[in-house]
Write a new protein. Sequence first.
Length: 128
Amino acid sequence: MKLLLDTHTLLWWLVDDPRLGPKARGLMADPGNDVIVSTVSLWEIVLKARIGKLNADFDEIIREVEREGFSRLGIHDRHLQILQNLPMHHRDPLDHLLIAQAIAEAAVFLSADRDVKQYQVQSLGCAE
């Protein structure tokens, strides 16, 4: 199974946050699953750290993503093609791009964001 992580899902995994539920943990730990971290999430981490909304060591996060063996996903034309037609059910542009990526990559979007259910994307609540 392909799992695309929402930004908070990645951060919760890296700090072993109890908000990440046992089902999500099991799926992420399963070596048979492809766990994907998008450049969009890494960009969001940098943005939030720069404005003081997140205390994060970006270099350490990159090392941990590599150590965990998570796949990396850049931003591609097909993601943007889906994004341009994605409904605006909520106003977070980074979430919109992550959702478009999940659709394009046929990945399950692992997120605690309730707004995700409004989109036609395979998703799973990461608190489960």
